[in-house]
Write a protein that binds this ligand. Structure first.
Ligand SMILES: Nc1nc2c(c(=O)[nH]1)N[C@H]1C(S)=C(S)[C@@H](COP(=O)(O)O)O[C@H]1N2
Ligand SMILES: [Mo]
Length: 382
């Protein structure tokens, strides 16, 4: 080895993290302490839901869902373009964006495929358990502020968000060669205060995995709308039909004449997930045990969480740790006193402020997405 003094100093200061960090920046970092690796390239990492602790999840413990490789972006020369059906085309640097009135907004993101491993029969796609969800504080500006500047023309109805990342998907239905990750939302939703353009997460710059230097965060909608590495916003006078809202992230509804039609996955459905105890855990008999988890309710707010220890015959109301905030998860707990030895079947369900609650059974029309039917946690009382 022939290292210069500077390189030696650099290596020495990095030594405690040598197992985590590659000293050559170009190499991907392939170990993710504390995360469940669902895939390395592209990066797909799950937060072990049993490790749920703080209301705000740190960036390095926040789940990662990426369809393509993390793009390398030079923040100094980065530009966000807003164009299409607008009066004013915008081209803004990060410094320009930071001139607008800033917001720090807590929002919960959940991947539309979260909980897929619980589906029977199994469906293809990443086999997430409960941990493709997280809550963070996003630092940025409202998307509406930018749209006000760009002035959508009369007839504008859809806002397409596109990322720098690109690639081709070969599994059926294949993409027509390389495409960028892109996704649209109606102009009305884009103008809501919960639709954010963020450069920061929990007070620090976004990490490369979470979209550095800029991303969208669309509160109340499944994660696919929160486009990372966002560099182009395209306003349209007709509904966009990109890959990630037709071929992917779409499901059936039967709203017209009860015939199935395909619509994009959008709103997060209410869900309460149990963090502890975990599946097959042993719970001591005749001792109080705190059943603990989180619940979230998309565009609504969590109204209550109920827990059952007998597979859904009787339900008790859980205690919420805080007053639920809109678009955010709330942690909850329920003191259980198991008095009979043997198997027990725990369930949790969330009801939102609109009165929508979780269905007992899976609706197959939702294909591989929006998984919020009751999922039991089977434990042994001993
Ligand atoms: N550019 C881009 N944005 C993206 C994706 C992607 O692959 N590329 N994945 C989407 C999906 S499906 C989810 S669930 C969220 C995940 O955000 P996170 O990785 O920061 O948790 O990012 C969304 N934004
Ligand atoms: Mo997702």
């Amino acid at each position: 080895m022939n290292l210069s003094r500077r390189e030696l100093l650099k290596a020495a200061s990095a030594a405690p993290f040598a197992s985590l960090l590659s000293l050559r920046a170009a190499e991907p970092i392939l170990t993710f302490p504390g995360m469940i690796v669902r895939q390395t390239l592209p990066q797909n990492l799950e937060m072990p839901f049993a490790s749920l602790s703080d209301w705000v999840v740190a960036a390095e413990r926040f789940y990662v869902r990426s369809h393509f490789a993390v793009p390398k972006i030079d923040a100094a020369n980065f530009k966000l373009i807003v164009e299409g059906h607008v009066e004013n085309r915008l081209e803004l640097s990060l410094a320009d964006l930071k001139q607008f009135e800033k917001t720090t907004t807590p929002l919960t993101l959940e991947c539309a495929g979260n909980g897929r491993v619980f589906l029977t029969p199994a469906v293809r796609g990443l086999q997430w358990a409960n941990g493709a969800v997280g809550n963070a504080e996003w630092n940025g500006i409202p998307l509406g502020t930018l749209l006000d500047r760009a002035k959508p023309k009369a007839g504008a109805i859809d806002v397409v968000l596109a990322g720098v990342d690109s690639g081709s998907l070969t599994a059926d239905p294949a993409t027509p060669g390389a495409i960028h990750f892109s996704r649209s939302l109606p102009l009305a939703k884009a103008k809501k205060p919960e639709s954010i353009i963020a450069w920061g997460m929990n007070g620090a710059d976004l990490t490369p995995s979470h979209g550095f230097p800029l991303r969208a965060v669309i509160g109340g909608w499944y994660g696919m709308a929160s486009v990372k590495w966002l560099n182009r916003i395209f306003v349209s006078d007709r509904p966009y039909k990109g890959y990630f809202q037709t071929m992917d992230y779409s499901y059936y509804v039967r709203a017209i004449g009860s015939e199935p039609e395909v619509i994009p996955v959008t709103e997060i459905q209410p869900k309460a997930a149990i963090a502890r105890p975990g599946p097959n855990e042993t719970v001591p008999v005749n001792k109080p045990y705190t059943v603990f988890g989180a619940a979230w309710a998309g565009e609504s707010t969590v109204a209550k969480v109920e827990v059952s220890a007998d597979g859904g015959t009787t339900w008790m109301e859980a205690k919420l740790d805080d007053k639920p905030k809109p678009f955010c998860w709330v942690k909850w707990r329920w003191e259980w006193m198991p008095t009979a030895r043997g198997p027990a079947r725990l369930l949790a369900k969330c009801t939102d402020e609109r009165g929508t609650t979780q269905p007992e059974k899976r609706n197959a029309d939702r294909r591989a997405y929006a998984i919020n039917h009751w999922v039991p946690v089977e434990v042994q009382v001993r």
